[in-house]
Design a protein around this ligand. Structure first.
Ligand SMILES: O=C(O)CCC(=O)C(=O)O
Length: 276
């Protein structure tokens, strides 16, 4: 991290707690970002039938097949930074590179928990790969919006949209290598890219190992144990074994299973009868 960034750890944590995000300028050097970009742009995008549309391309879960990205997302510099917020034992629930091409559409106001269905807070480590400007569809955040739990979201076209009152949102102007860490509960959006160049960002979603996410299939990638990088895949970990977590998620998991099952109509009737 560059010395330009003089904010202390204590201030940064306080900022995150009150605002729901913090910005770390020059977290990565231009060379590190260039190397990362070379790897990301060669990963496949999610394809048709997903949020990847003509001018907006999502490349999700890129780290599973890439030793380079596994090393990147569990590197010491990141672990040392995020453990102040998450604790010493951390896994990665998701990653995605997003290319918003010239003409790429708006991604409306939402919380990431609105999309993911998990109840836990996780941490979005958002790396600017290119400049993030208002013209090219950079990131807007609603400060303080992480304090209200998961808000209702409505499906509009392909997006889950949170129709809540937005006041004084903040635009995050960023340069390649800058990082924004924000809560999965923080409301954010991006506007259309009206410039003539692509805008790229890479987001890594970190979660404490005390929690698990039943909607993510194993194996789970561990980024850190006891505050040190520990890149390994595991099928079960302490968040999974916790009876508290299993109970918390049993109803949503059963509901999700029913939704996906070919026997969903009779199963729904059965659950309805049992609930009477
Ligand atoms: O990169 C973008 O334009 C928006 C993506 C986003 O907000 C998300 O995936 O949660």
């Amino acid at each position: 991290m560059n010395s330009v960034d003089s904010i202390t750890r204590v201030d940064r944590k306080a900022e995150f707690e009150t605002q729901g995000y913090t910005i770390c300028r020059n977290f990565f050097s231009k060379e590190e970002v260039a190397e990362l970009y070379e790897v990301l742009r060669q990963t496949p995008d999610d394809g048709d039938g997903t949020l990847s549309k003509t001018n907006m391309k999502f490349h999700s879960n890129t780290f599973y097949d890439s030793p380079y990205l596994q090393a990147f997302i569990s590197q010491k510099k990141i672990v040392d930074f995020i453990k102040e917020f998450i604790g010493s034992n951390i896994w990665v629930r998701w990653d995605q590179a997003v290319e918003k091409r010239a003409g790429g559409e708006e991604f409306p106001w939402h919380q990431d928990n609105g999309y993911s269905s998990t109840k836990e807070v996780y941490y979005q480590f958002w790396v600017a790969i290119t400049d993030m400007t208002q013209e090219n569809g950079g990131l807007w955040i609603q400060p303080g919006s992480h304090k209200h739990g998961v808000l209702p979201h409505e499906m509009i076209d392909a997006h889950l949209v949170c129709d809540t009152k937005i006041s004084e949102p903040v635009f995050i102007e960023a340069k390649p290598g800058d990082v924004v860490l924000f809560s999965s509960m923080t409301l954010h959006r991006t506007l259309p890219n009206i410039s003539n160049a692509s805008r790229w960002a890479y987001v890594i979603e970190y979660m404490s190992l005390d929690y698990y996410d039943p909607f993510i299939e194993p194996p789970y990638f561990i980024a850190a144990r006891n505050g040190e990088p520990a890149p390994t895949f595991t099928r079960f970990d302490r968040g999974w074994w916790s009876p508290k977590n299993q109970i918390k998620y049993s109803i949503p998991v059963i509901k999700s299973f029913i939704r996906k099952s070919k026997f969903r109509e009779p199963l729904k009737k059965l659950v309805g009868m049992l609930q009477k």
